[in-house]
Design a protein around this ligand. Structure first.
Ligand code: HAM
Length: 423
């Protein structure tokens, strides 16, 4: 039997890969406008990084990590997300000492989670994310949210819902935590074993449980909003004020809990409202993580960021019927007639390409009619025909495929001529 692609992964074939390139290019350009710089970190890291960073009561760490031991006996993990790696790199490279603060970074690359594959959920998926480290100004929270929304909007998505919440500071969270433990503890036996474990370790995670989400105690659980202290409340209000002034629409949802442990203050998700988008509507998630840098051995440093997967973004574009403006055409198809002309074409084609003109020719000894058909399929803007006659006259016949206009151009000036036209 032939070997098949691993479950939950996909090949991105030509025809689709252009969409990926386009999306990544637009997102990177917008990051540049917002002054976020690209960072690239390894695809595998020490597994402890995620156990500590993402949190050992999360689904990601408990059930979804691809763990392996290398030949040197090191415990490694394929990265399930980017934030922990970025924070590790920030600490390791002492970025807190850089002149430009806050440090604003973006990244893209494959992430790995051993989840049950379904539409919009893969075991290998590509995240695009951004992180801002070193500022606790609520304007940065609003900036990060606006950055994520701008990327989606620039790509043509309209049916979006930005949901925000505050998870408060340490003091607010401690008060909320206690209220949650009291709320669930007498009936925790009715919950799944994961939730029973979470009760003491991290009761907030109970609210995010997929198995017990319909339990009656879930809807009556104490809301973090009621436990925010003055400072956290003011912070959250300021974030909202900035979002409003930027014209970024949002909804406050006090039940929003993120699936990773490192968050405090602002947490958010962006969902798709598009009809037929499917069961998983979350496109993007993120939030503030003021304790993470310290936990990773760095100085006390606030941080905030987001990540979205390109897979879900493309699915949302599909659901909204957005066609990306991808140019699949080529500048010139070089058709030739006869052996001598073919030999000359090989060189000419190379000259065109080196000069920045996208060009193609026939490699299968096809008749001229079939060569024109290929040119059509490739959406060639120009077709240049070189036959024995042209060669004898030292010219090439150039046809503009949109106007039908034909011109004889001297072979010496052909590359320059076409370059002018294609610029
Ligand atoms: P997350 O919510 O785990 O957060 O993932 C962010 C996004 O990655 C999701 O909203 C979704 O678009 C995509 N995603 C997650 N799992 C899958 C999957 N199995 N298949 C396809 N797409 C998926 C984080 O990863 C945080 N690091 C975000 C962050 C950055 N927070 C602060 N900074």
């Amino acid at each position: 039997m032939s070997i098949q692609i691993p479950r939950g992964t996909q090949d991105i074939l030509p025809g689709d890969s252009e969409k990926w390139q386009y999306v990544e290019r637009v997102a990177s350009e917008i990051c540049r406008n917002f002054q976020y710089k690209e960072i690239r970190t390894p695809i595998f890291e020490s597994s402890e990084l995620f156990m500590r960073g993402v949190g050992d009561t999360t689904d990601i760490v408990q059930k979804e990590m691809y763990l392996f031991e290398d030949r040197g006996g090191r415990n490694l993990a394929l990265r399930p997300e980017g934030t922990a790696s970025i924070v590790r790199s920030y600490v390791e490279n002492k970025m807190h000492g850089l002149a430009n603060q806050p440090v604003k970074l973006y990244y893209t690359g494959p992430m790995f989670r051993y989840e049950r594959p379904q539409a919009g959920r893969y075991r290998q998926f590509v995240q695009f994310g951004a992180e801002a480290l070193g500022s606790e100004d609520p304007s940065i929270d609003a900036e990060v949210l606006s950055l994520a929304m701008s990327i989606y909007q620039k790509l043509g998505l309209k049916k979006l819902k930005l949901v925000i919440n505050s998870l408060g500071d340490l003091e607010s969270r401690a008060a909320h935590r206690e209220a949650l433990v009291n709320h669930f503890k007498t009936r925790i036996g009715e919950f799944c074993s994961d939730c029973q474990n979470r009760l003491e370790k991290n009761p907030l995670r109970i609210l995010d449980c997929k198995k017990d989400r319909d339990h009656e105690l879930m809807s009556t659980a104490p809301s973090i909003i009621d436990f925010l202290n003055e400072e956290s409340k003011n912070y959250f209000e300021k974030v909202q004020q900035y979002l409003t002034s930027m014209g970024v629409d949002f909804i406050v949802d006090p039940t929003l809990v993120r699936g990773l442990d490192y968050y405090n203050h602002t947490a958010f998700e962006i969902m798709s409202n598009a009809e037929g988008f499917g069961a998983i509507t979350t496109l993007c998630g993120g939030g503030r993580y003021n304790g993470l840098v310290k936990m990773m051995g760095g100085p006390e440093t606030p941080g905030i960021g987001f990540a979205f997967s390109v897979e879900r973004l493309l699915a949302a574009l599909d659901a909204e019927g957005v066609e990306l403006p991808i140019d699949q055409s080529i500048d010139c198809y070089l058709a030739s007639l006869g052996d001598e002309a073919k030999d000359f074409t090989v060189k000419l084609l190379n000259d065109l390409r080196i000069e920045g003109i996208s060009a193609e020719m026939d490699y299968l000894d096809r008749k001229i009619k079939a060569q024109f058909k290929s040119a059509d399929r490739l959406k060639a803007k120009y077709v240049a025909v070189l036959g024995e006659d042209e060669l004898a006259q030292n010219v090439i016949n150039l046809k503009d495929m949109s106007s039908g206009e034909q011109q004889k151009i001297s072979l010496e000036s052909f590359v320059e001529h076409l370059k002018q036209k294609c610029q």
